[in-house]
Design a protein around this ligand. Structure first.
Ligand code: PHE
Length: 347
């Protein structure tokens, strides 16, 4: 190859390198000039065929041209690499301004929230939380709570029996507990006074479901046993609770009632937080019943081995559904159990 030709091969190579659009194309160009059978490689091989005086000149030129081509390849490769990468980034671009998909975060069911709120109020008064089994023995649910065998609550029309031996209730019959009061007995059997416990839990009764009844519902029980506990302590404690739960201006009143395991017993009302006792659709006469309570019956204290002469106590039990319905203005208990998120999400 003459010097002239070498130069024109170089021009041609440089031009095609410049116009190469991809790294792959560039590689083809490299092979066609610098590969085994490439034009520049051949030129080197053919040097021997030139007249002796031309060889050093053309040889030097070919080497120079090879280097120039190599350089041109390298710099074009870098350029193309960058723009190919850029194109790749462009194609895979993520629009970070798009709003993300919010994960569905769970929440506590309103009944759990209200239960927690009740518990917190009593924790603040120094109570601790106790729990007991939902499948309970007749003994704890009724017998130890001073509830005689012929009491209507013990009949199969009012209670779900899991295992029932005979026609008459027996203390080892198993049943779904009808209230959280059996946990009073379990706590007292396991410890000595002073006792201050709050007992949340699920309870069961043979009721048909309607706006104010459900065969499964929730209660929170309270029990305080100590020296010199009085009815005044019960009323004061419930007043603190009512104010914390329903507002600072609330008052409570006790109406005489009957429970087999408390003496005296009372139904406890809170002054209406909607009308402030003037009388309205929610309360009727200015007062709203919120729970049952009383002084622990001496028979119950004796049953667990306490001395009713030296210790006394009070107990109360409230329905969580009822408290939640009052506080949040909910008119139908079934809403709690239908799991309609449109309802549950509001709280
Ligand atoms: N266990 C009673 C009920 O379910 C409520 C109650 C609890 C009453 C404690 C007095 C004392 O109706």
């Amino acid at each position: 190859m003459k010097a002239e030709e070498v130069r024109s091969v170089k021009e041609e190579a440089i031009a095609s390198i410049k116009s190469a659009g991809t790294v792959a194309e560039l590689e083809e160009i490299r092979v066609s000039y610098l590969g085994k059978k490439g034009k520049i490689t051949s030129a080197l091989k053919e040097l021997g065929m030139l007249p002796a005086e031309e060889r050093p000149v053309v040889g030097a030129l070919v080497n120079e041209v090879r280097q120039e081509i190599e350089q041109a390849l390298a710099s074009r490769r870098e350029e193309l690499g960058k723009s190919e990468l850029k194109a790749k980034f462009e194609a895979e671009r993520v629009d970070i301004t798009l709003p993300g998909r919010k994960p569905n975060v769970g929440r506590k069911h309103l009944l759990t929230q209200v239960t927690d709120e009740i518990i917190d109020i009593f924790i603040g008064l120094g109570y601790r939380v106790a729990e007991g089994p939902e499948i309970e023995l007749d003994y704890y649910n009724f017998e130890a709570l001073n509830t005689p065998p012929d009491h209507p609550a013990r009949s199969t029309t009012d209670t779900f029996y899991v295992r029932k031996a005979g026609d008459r209730p027996a203390s080892d019959d198993a049943l779904l507990r009808t209230h959280t009061s059996p946990v009073q007995i379990r706590v007292m059997e396991a410890a000595k006074p002073p006792i201050y416990v709050i007992v949340p839990g699920r309870v069961y009764r043979r009721d048909a479901i309607d706006p104010t009844h459900s065969p499964v519902f929730h209660q929170v029980e309270g029990l305080a046993v100590d020296e010199k506990i009085t009815l005044g302590d019960l009323k004061g404690t419930l007043e603190v609770f009512a104010k914390a739960m329903f507002g600072e201006d609330r008052e409570v009143r006790l109406r005489p009632h009957f429970f087999p395991f408390t003496e005296p017993s009372a139904e406890v009302d809170v002054s209406c937080f909607v009308c402030n006792r003037r009388g309205c659709r929610v309360c009727g006469n200015g007062w709203i019943e919120i729970l049952g309570a009383g002084m622990v019956d001496p028979n119950v204290l004796a049953q667990v081995g306490y001395d009713p002469e030296t210790v006394s106590g009070f107990a109360f039990g409230m329905g969580v559904e009822r408290i939640a319905m009052l506080k949040y203005g909910i008119s139908d208990m079934r809403l709690f159990f239908e799991n309609d998120m449109r309802f549950l999400r509001q709280f």
